[in-house]
Design a protein around this ligand. Sequence first.
Ligand code: FNR
Length: 424
Amino acid sequence: MSENTEFSRERQIEVYVSGMAGDKPHVPVDVGRLRDAARERMSPEAFAYIAGGAGTENTMQANRDSFNRYCIVPRMLRDVSQFTTSTQVLNTQLPSPFMLAPIGVLDMAHPDADTAVARAAADENIPMIFSSQASRSMEEMAGVMGQSPRWFQLYWSKMDDLVVSFVQRAEESGCEAIVVTLDTTMLGWRIRDLDLAYLPFLRGRGIAQYTSDPVFMQSLKEEAAAPAPARKITLQSIQGLLEMVSNHPGGMLDNLRSGEAIAAVQKFIATYSRSSLTWDNLSFLREHTQLPILLKGILHPDDACHAVDVGMDGVIVSNHGGRQVDGAIGAFDALPDVVSAVDNQIPVLMDSGIRTGADIFKAIAMGAKAVCLGRPYVYGLAAGGYDGVREVLRNFKADFELTMRLSGCRFVEEITRDHIKRIE
Ligand code: FNR
């Protein structure tokens, strides 16, 4: 316990003193109102893509319900004047026990996209997990982060040499761990996107890691692109083509002439993920990186044990924010069995449904080392760009610190199962 920075007090004073001069926070503090503010700034397609889940969205609801079934039971008279919220996961230092979940296609939320998020994360020293489906290359994000910590999330492509290239680039970009997302070997059945007939990747969005990759781009040159399937020419199809071409690196006219933008989208769609992936593939990754490897999307305790057995360095309990298997177990419901199966051999993280500092506290009490924040920071980005993300991060830090201290805990390791109680 080294610090005693009273960050929560600093944040409260910042807000209330600004209020004396008539200023309100850039973005709403309440996550529900934040989501509404984000919705107002986004196209219906962007909002559907970010806010939506799979099927009936029952799993999105389960993520919240599972937190609500547990209450915090605060303890009194425990001298919480000396405290710290910082913690360490593997070799990464966290000022507060949360990091930023990998989220793709952030340019749908705001034109500054991943760069604004990376800057805000760095300014708050909160680790960011770069997405394989980012709108900016990992080099560009790393370039605005200084020494601030970052990890890389991998979608395992059908091209092994691309997997190796991504991992090498992540190492060179200063990433301290690789997170392999296991739950999205196919895209879930996302009703809102289907109703709007909108998939960002077809418009060349969210494929910046690929179009900035030498292996991927070389593969385009080696293979003649398959001719695009014949479609009706409509105003929308022309707009879609122009969007695709403008999202590709280089000049629009050159991209139109060369056909490279279309080829990149086709290649991405054909190769982005591998449904044949099994536990045996993981040794390939192990051979190609010295970095710790975490598996994201673990929900069953036996899969968690398996991760330990094959030498993985951590697991992230997650149902992808309810975007993959509708009807899947709430992530917080899945956490205790995974924690006991892993039995402290490797760190367990979690995401899906974290909306307040209290949720972070409950996850830690249930045995998570840290959590990943998802949609809330994207809503901050949509509603207020860099400032919006930064405020969201500051609010989560302050909220967690207050929850921890008001519950009678001085540091993260002091938060135990004894601090929460199931109410049904
Ligand atoms: C995601 N998520 C995700 N996960 C991942 O491993 N790679 C990715 O590129 C993405 N992209 C992505 C886009 C959008 C719009 C969302 C909402 C989510 C899942 C993400 O990392 C995390 O698991 C969820 O966001 C957690 O759920 P909540 O807390 O956001 O509801």
